[in-house]
Design a protein around this ligand. Structure first.
Ligand code: RTP
Ligand code: MG
Length: 174
C-alpha cells in the first residue's frame, strides 16, 4: 500500500437520474459532498445509452430488478425524442471521482442502505432515506470497495488514471 492510500482513497459516486431531475436535491447532494470533506477530483454529467447501463450492471443481470434498473439509468433512442423524464423515470446522471480518507466507506455511509424503506428505519438521515423514491430510484450509487472503485472510475472516466493520481499524491508525502 502506498502511504498516501492510508490517508486518501478514491471512490466513484453517482447521482442517479431521479436526484439529478430535482435541482434542489442535486444541489443538496453536491453540498453534502463538500461538507463531508470529500475532494472533488473529477465531475461529469452524462446520459448512458442502454449498452452502457447493461454493461455497468452486468453483475445483476438475471435479477428481477435488472430490466427496470437498466432502463432507469439509460436512454433508448435519440435524446431529442426521448427526453420526457417524468414519463420514463430516466434521464442524465452525474458522476464524481471523490477523494478523502476512507472515501469508499464514508460515501456509502452517507448514502445509507440500498433499500429505501430500510434506509428510513435504520439510517433516517442518510441520502437514500431522505430523498430516495424506490429501491431502484434510490438517488445515488457508490463503489463498494477500492477494487470496484478502480473499475468503476475507469468505466466513467476512461482518461483518468487512479494509479497516476495516487502516485502524485504520494509525492507530497515524501
Ligand atoms: P449501489 O450499487 O447503487 O451502490 O447499491 P448497492 O451496492 O447498495 O446495491 P446493489 O445490491 O449493488 O444493487 C445495485 C443497484 O440495483 C438497484 N436495485 N433495485 N428491488 C429493486 O428494485 C432493486 N434492488 C436493487 C439499486 O438501485 C441499486 O443501487
Ligand atoms: Mg453495488
Amino acid at each position: 500500500t502506498l502511504r498516501c492510500e492510508r490517508v486518501l482513497q478514491l471512490t466513484l459516486a453517482v447521482i442517479k437520474p431521479d436526484a439529478v431531475a430535482h435541482p434542489l436535491i442535486l444541489e443538496t447532494l453536491h453540498q453534502k459532498i463538500l461538507e463531508n470533506n470529500f475532494i472533488v477530483v473529477r465531475k461529469k454529467d452524462l446520459w448512458w445509452r442502454r449498452k452502457d447501463s447493461e454493461s455497468f450492471y452486468a453483475e445483476h443481470s438475471g435479477r428481477f430488478f435488472y430490466q427496470r434498473l437498466v432502463e432507469f439509468m439509460s436512454r433508448q433512442g435519440p435524446m431529442i425524442i426521448i427526453y420526457i423524464p417524468c414519463l420514463l423515470y430516466s434521464g442524465p446522471m452525474r458522476a464524481y471521482i471523490l477523494a478523502r480518507e476512507d472515501a469508499v466507506a464514508h460515501w456509502r455511509e452517507l448514502m445509507g442502505p440500498t433499500k429505501v424503506y430500510r434506509a428510513r428505519y435504520t439510517a433516517p438521515n442518510s441520502v437514500r432515506a431522505l430523498y430516495g423514491l424506490t429501491d431502484t430510484r434510490n438517488t445515488t450509487h457508490g463503489s463498494d470497495s477500492t477494487e470496484s472503485a478502480k473499475r468503476e472510475i475507469a468505466f466513467f472516466f476512461p482518461e483518468f488514471s487512479v494509479q497516476q493520481w495516487l502516485d502524485k499524491e504520494e509525492q507530497r508525502f515524501r
